[in-house]
Each structure stands twice: as C-alpha cells, then as structure tokens.
Design a protein around this ligand. Structure first.
Ligand code: NAG
Ligand code: NAG
Ligand code: NAG
Ligand code: NAG
Ligand code: NAG
Ligand code: NAG
Ligand code: NAG
Ligand code: NAG
Ligand code: NAG
Ligand code: NAG
Ligand code: NAG
Ligand code: NAG
Length: 557
C-alpha cells in the first residue's frame, strides 16, 4: 500500500500539468442567458456540480481565459475558449449572450475577442449551459432541445469522456486536440491529435499540423490496432462512430468512479490522467508515444535524440553545434535547439581566404524527411560539390541519388546497428569544427545509462534525511532487489517513465558494479539487455556495498 502511494508520487508529472489560481470563486449560476452575463469571479456549474466554467489564469501568467474544469480538481483546465486571445482584466471582461444570439467574450474595451460565431441563429434568446459531461452547449431559447453550438466540437488539448476527435465529412471541419504552447499559454502549440486527414480511420499525432509522427493504427472494428494502452488499462473504452455526416472517435470511462482524461501535452505526448486515491491530485500514467525520441523534432534544430530509456530521452547537439540556450538545455528544455559554433565560410562572416567548409559524416542516421532530391546529380562527389557550392545547403546524402538539405536540420535520429532504412548524412561544418577528432559515437549512451542511474542514486541520497543512515548505492541496490525501481526515480525527472525499461536499466547497472568481474555483463550484453533483446535477472547486492552498510561507522565518516 505504502509502495503504491510512493509510486504514484514518483509518477507525479510536473511539467505538462497546467495549474492556475482560482481560489477566489464566488457562487455559481447555472446558465448564461441574455440577462445573465458572467464576469470577474463568477462561474457557472453543471447541474450535478461536476464541471465549472469561469475565468482562470494559467501558472504565473498575468492573462485571463475562460475555461472549464472539474469542480473537484480546479487545477486542471479541460477546455479553453479564448486560447489565442488572452484578457488582461477579468473584472472588466464579460462572457455574455450577444444580440445576435451568439455567446461572446468581450474585453475591457467591449471588443469581441472570442465568439461562438454562428451565422444563422433564429432566436436572440439563446442560453449557454454547462453539462455534466463538461460540454458547454448553446441552446435556442425557443426550443431548448435544439443545440446550436457545443464546446465538444472545438476541443482544446483534452479529450474528455464522450468528447470527440473526428471530422465532418461534409464541411471538412475537424475536431482535433491541439497541445497548449506551454504550461502558461493555452494557445495552440505545434502538436495535435486528429483523425487521419487521408481519410483512413485512425488517429494520428501531428507536428505543425503536417508531419505525422505517431499513428494509432487502423480501427479494426473494436480498437485502434496500435493503442495498446487503451486495451491494457481497463479504465476506458474507445469507439469509432460513423454517421452519415461525421466520423469520430470517442470514449467512455468504464470505471465510473474515476475520471479519466486524455491530454496532448506541450511535449507532444498523449497522456492519460486520473485523480489518485484520496490525495485530490491528478496523476498521469500513460503516455503515447512512449518514447519521446519518436516525437517529431523533439530536439529541434541540429539536435539529436538519444534514448537508452524512454523516460530519459535527452538531446545533444550535432558535432560543431552547441545549445542555443545552455540554461534551457541544462533544465532539459530542448525546444531551443542548437546553434553553430563557427559560422560557415559561406555565410560571409569569415575572411575571404578562410579555409573552405567541409563535411562530417554521420553514419547510419534516420534522415530528416524534408530533403530536396537532385535527380540529375550522378555521383557522390558531384552531390558534395553541389552542396558545397550552395550556401543554403547544410547537409547531403548520396545513396544512388543525391539528396540535399537546406536550412535547419530537424528530427535527426541515430539508428542502432541492425536497424534498416538509415543512411549516412554529410553535415556541412566550418573547417575548424572538422578538425576535432571524433570519438563520441554510439557507445556513449551506455555510459550515459550508468551515469544516469548514478545521478538518480545521488539525488536520492540527498533526499534521505539526517535520520537515514543508509548508504545510498546500497539503498539503491536494495531497492532494485526489492523490485522497487520506482523508488529510485527522482520525481524531478518528470515521472514520465516506462517502468519495464527502468527496471531493466537499474538491474543492468547493478550487475555492472558486481564485485566479481566475471559477474559483470559484457558491453554487448548490456546493449542487448537495454534494448530488450535479452532478459535480465535480479542482481545480488554487491558484496562491497553490503559490507559498507553492515558497518555503519563507514557511513558517518
Ligand atoms: C475576486 O476574488 C479576489 C481574490 O479572492 C478578491 O480579492 C476580489 O475582491 C474578488 N472580486 C469580487 C468582485 O468579488
Ligand atoms: C480592471 O477593471 C476594473 C473595472 O474596470 C478596474 O477597477 C481595475 O482597476 C482593473 N484592474 C486592472 C489591474 O487594470
Ligand atoms: C430580441 O429581439 C427582439 C426583437 O428584435 C427585441 O425586442 C428584444 O429586445 C431582443 N432581446 C434581446 C435579449 O436582445
Ligand atoms: C461597454 O459596454 C457597457 C454596456 O454595454 C457600457 O456600460 C460601457 O461603458 C462600455 N465600455 C466601453 C469602454 O465602451
Ligand atoms: C467568425 O467567423 C468568421 C468567418 O467564418 C471569421 O472570419 C471570424 O474571425 C470569426 N470570428 C471569431 C471571433 O471567431
Ligand atoms: C426542437 O428541436 C428538436 C431538435 O432539433 C426538434 O427535434 C424538435 O422538433 C424541435 N421542437 C420544436 C417545437 O420546434
Ligand atoms: C509550420 O507550417 C507552416 C505552414 O503550414 C509553415 O509556414 C511553417 O514554416 C512550419 N513551421 C516549421 C517550423 O516548419
Ligand atoms: C447531414 O448533412 C446534411 C447536409 O448538410 C443534412 O441535411 C443532414 O440532416 C445531416 N444528417 C445528419 C444525420 O446530421
Ligand atoms: C456506476 O455504474 C454502475 C453500473 O453502471 C451504477 O450502478 C452506479 O450507480 C454507478 N456509480 C456512480 C457513482 O455513478
Ligand atoms: C549548465 O550546466 C553545466 C554543467 O552542469 C554548468 O557548468 C553550466 O554553468 C550550466 N549553465 C547554465 C547556463 O546554467
Ligand atoms: C555574422 O556576424 C554578425 C556579428 O558577429 C552576427 O550577428 C551574424 O549573426 C553573423 N551571421 C551569420 C550568418 O552567422
Ligand atoms: C541553392 O539552393 C536553394 C534552395 O534549394 C536554391 O533556391 C538556390 O537557387 C540555390 N542556389 C544556387 C546558386 O544554386
């Protein structure tokens, strides 16, 4: 029981949860009607008291938005009206029914910043009501069963039970989830989840509304073939609904005592979240894609994603590049990407007789997709010359045909030995950046795992208070042995983990520090274990560590 709570604690996700302050809400009405606008601290609630709508401020932002949240969990906003049109003063802003019957949001200058924007409303006495599903509906006053607009047709980043992701076959209008830009800005970010625009019945994850980086697999009548989490966790059931005019995916919570929502987070992962125990906090426990390196452009320009553990995807800069912001990079914020250390000779910033730029070969890369194919170029040498002679060319590849890349390189991935489909990429660098000897290649990540686990240990050691006499490597080793790898996780890592991979890595790390050299796995085996090809058994606690803890005088010194 205790373990479970702690596990949840370590699962707790800080970054993608969107908090805001609304400690000061006054009593709620049930409708917004022509005579009853909403302003300042006022809210409306759904009939059963499940959802609430009102102004909120995300994080430390100074901006106000109209949002909907679970009344019981006000820190998590599930829908935002004016995503792109923040307000600066909620007291002088108003959400009201307009003369033409639309629900409109007016700023302090009485200017419309957001509207339901329906062109033909017969009646001017419409009302807006918040339903217990979290759907905000606008009804015709003369016929209250006639819904003329609903927020479920315009989801934000959150897929609520009974909510829809889909398309209107007639108007082409789509219901898509679009991530917040960041935890303080609900404006649409680059990531979205929607029905495949090609018409196939599957959900796709898109970057910049154009690049598909993950797909759910085609609907097979019962489920989307690659959405294992949806099957594995019996909390929800997704269905695909086809009507005359619409196709959409919707879901319901099977366990009606839990509220389960799916959110596309600002990093580009769909996460499933639910309230945990009696702690009154949300936890997010399922992420897709599980591997962050699968997220398109995760490391941004000239970055490369390395991921020995899906939890701990990290970015590094290509040779000749450095983080655009070292500060962000240090806090694992990769979105700024990398910048060149030395300007290219071509850029005109260097002296005329500077050494010519050259190319650094990166073997077995998953090549970025936005290349220009030069069909007339017939040899690798010609391809190289073409690239060298065109200042906007940053890289080329030759594999019976010539491909060149202009401008920033994004979404680069190092492939593992044995993966197919990779190629050698020739990266253009200033002469000086080519001189450094190369050594930092594929084995690097194994080292990284060991260091990573080491860091986890160290941090955990810091967390152990004065009263704790456990020597941390041993504590860590014991935790591994007790199969409590989760306790090893530093919650600051974000809690986004694949337990199985962490367990594997922790065990392998513990095997690597065994006293008897013969007990330690070969590098090859380590790689196989980390890749999941080989199983790894429970390691014994290293003897030297056991000695240390058995003799506590060692610890206090
Ligand atoms: C709204 O809430 C804030 C914070 O609690 C409070 O200071 C303010 O007086 C309230 N405004 C109104 C109009 O009630
Ligand atoms: C917001 O508007 C109200 C009413 O117009 C005004 O009294 C208040 O000073 C404004 N607040 C800010 C921060 O501008
Ligand atoms: C609705 O329209 C009627 C006739 O045009 C008008 O008299 C009435 O004031 C309007 N009601 C509202 C709430 O705007
Ligand atoms: C906004 O409209 C209200 C009522 O319609 C009016 O009282 C107020 O003076 C207007 N404010 C501005 C800044 O125009
Ligand atoms: C309302 O719709 C029109 C066109 O359909 C669009 O140009 C306008 O920006 C929309 N206004 C708002 C406030 O959404
Ligand atoms: C009210 O609207 C519903 C749904 O659009 C419709 O079926 C019904 O006939 C309408 N009732 C009246 C009295 O217009
Ligand atoms: C995103 O797409 C828009 C047009 O659809 C394009 O102008 C923009 O350059 C793209 N952004 C990036 C970073 O490629
Ligand atoms: C489908 O769309 C057509 C044309 O817009 C409309 O006449 C029809 O009522 C719609 N059917 C349903 C089931 O909504
Ligand atoms: C949960 O569902 C069951 C069966 O559908 C029902 O009997 C029960 O009342 C529901 N509980 C709540 C809290 O809605
Ligand atoms: C980033 O981290 C490195 C090593 O931990 C440190 O030396 C450097 O000062 C940090 N830079 C910034 C800007 O935080
Ligand atoms: C050229 O140098 C200037 C000043 O050092 C710098 O601002 C600019 O970004 C450089 N241009 C390129 C293409 O590197
Ligand atoms: C260099 O490449 C860019 C992008 O493909 C192209 O527009 C330009 O014409 C090329 N310049 C030369 C000199 O070939």
């Amino acid at each position: 029981m205790d373990t479970k709570i702690r596990s949840w604690f370590f699962f707790y996700v800080q970054l993608p949860l969107l908090f805001f302050s609304n400690s000061h809400l006054s009593t709620a009405a049930e409708f917004i009607s022509p005579g009853q606008p909403l302003s300042g601290n006022q809210t409306i609630s759904s009939k059963g008291g499940i959802f609430e709508l009102g102004f909120f401020t995300p994080g430390n932002s100074q901006n106000y938005y109209i949002g909907i949240w679970y009344k019981q969990f006000p820190e998590y906003v599930v829908w935002v009206a004016n995503r792109e049109a923040p307000l600066s003063n909620k007291t002088s802003s108003v959400l009201r029914i307009n003369q033409d019957g639309n629900l409109v949001l007016l700023n302090q200058l009485n200017r419309t910043v957001w509207s339901t924007n329906i062109t033909s409303i017969a009646s001017n006495s419409t009302t807006a009501e918040l339903l217990d599903t979290g759907d905000l509906v606008l009804r015709d006053g003369s016929n209250s069963s006639d819904v003329i607009w609903q927020s479920f047709d315009y989801p934000t980043d959150t897929w609520l039970p009974k909510g829809r992701i889909g398309r209107n076959k007639i108007t082409g209008e789509r219901q898509r989830l679009a991530s917040w830009k960041n935890s303080e800005d609900p404006a649409p970010g680059v990531f979205s989840v929607e029905m495949d625009p090609s018409g196939i019945n599957q959900l796709v994850f898109m970057w910049n509304r154009s690049k598909i980086y993950w797909q759910s697999g085609v609907w097979n009548g019962q489920y989307f073939s690659s959405l294992p989490g949806m099957v594995a966790y019996q909390h929800t059931k997704i269905t695909l609904v086809e009507t005359q005019n619409r196709t959409y995916a919707t879901y319901e919570s099977l366990d009606n005592t839990t509220m389960t929502i799916n959110v596309i987070n600002p990093l580009g992962q769909l996460q499933r979240c639910a309230p945990v125990g009696s702690s009154q906090t949300w936890s997010c426990f399922w992420f897709m894609p599980t591997s962050r390196c699968e997220i398109y452009s995760y490391c941004s320009s000239f970055g490369i994603c390395t991921q020995p553990l899906s939890t701990l995807a990290s970015c590094s800069c290509l040779r000749g590049f450095e983080p655009a912001s070292q500060k962000d990079w240090n806090s694992s914020i990769w979105s700024g990407g990398c910048k060149r250390r030395t300007p290219l000779q071509c850029s005109g910033n260097t002296s005329v007789d500077a050494e010519k730029d050259g190319f650094f070969v990166m073997r077995n890369m998953h090549l970025p997709g936005n290349q220009q194919s030069l069909t007339r170029v017939r040899s690798a040498k010609e391809c190289e010359l073409y690239c060298l002679n065109n200042c906007s060319c940053t890289a080329y590849a030759y594999d019976s045909s010539c491909s060149v890349w202009n401008g920033d390189l994004i979404n680069l991935k190092q492939m593992s030995d044995g993966d197919v489909g990779g190629g050698d990429l020739y990266l253009r660098l200033a002469a000086i950046d080519l001189q450094v000897p190369s050594s930092e290649k594929s084995k690097g990540w194994v080292h990284w795992v060991i260091v990573g686990v080491g860091v986890g240990w160290k941090r955990n050691a810091e967390q152990l208070g004065d009263g704790e006499s456990a020597f941390f490597p041993c504590w860590a080793a014991e935790k591994i042995v007790e199969d409590e790898v989760l306790a090893l996780l530093d919650f600051r890592l974000g809690g986004i983990i694949n337990i199985e991979e962490l367990r594997r890595a922790s065990r392998v790390a513990c095997w690597c520090i065994q006293d008897n050299e013969n007990d330690r796995p070969s590098m090859e085996l380590v790689v196989q274990i980390l890749e999941g090809v080989k199983d790894v058994s429970m390691p014994p606690i290293p003897w030297s560590i056991k000695i240390l803890t058995d003799n506590s005088s060692w610890i206090s010194s």
